[in-house]
Write a protein that binds this ligand. Structure first.
Ligand SMILES: [Zn+2]
Length: 105
């Protein structure tokens, strides 16, 4: 057998203590997980997210992101914030009109 057997003698809480280098202990299973999803398998990333970020270092946690107002990937603006708000406003108006029309019937 080449595989190492898991040491299940001690519970995980009991193993929490100062690390050999003096750093405080870190329960990695309690950290927030990366929210990225793999394209090929559809599974969620299992790495912990970076501090103050939603994703791990592999999935863009190191990147500060595009600057505000960046238009480099803008193609038609259908999914821009202004267009989405305009559609939602129109949908609310249509819903109100339908309710009003149903009340008249
Ligand atoms: Zn990730």
């Amino acid at each position: 057998m080449g595989k190492k057997e898991k040491n299940n003698e001690q519970p995980q809480e009991a193993r929490l203590g100062r690390l050999k280098n003096g750093n405080p202990p870190c329960a990695i299973w309690l950290l927030p997980k990366c929210q990225a999803t793999a394209k090929h398998s559809g599974e969620r990333c299992k790495l912990p997210a970076m501090k103050g970020k939603k994703v791990c270092y592999i999935h863009g946690g190191k990147s500060p992101g595009a600057p505000k107002g960046n238009q480099n990937s803008l193609k038609h603006g259908r999914r821009s914030r202004a267009a989405i708000e305009r559609r939602q406003k129109l949908q609310r108006l249509i819903k109100k009109a339908r309710e009003l029309f149903d009340g008249v019937k």
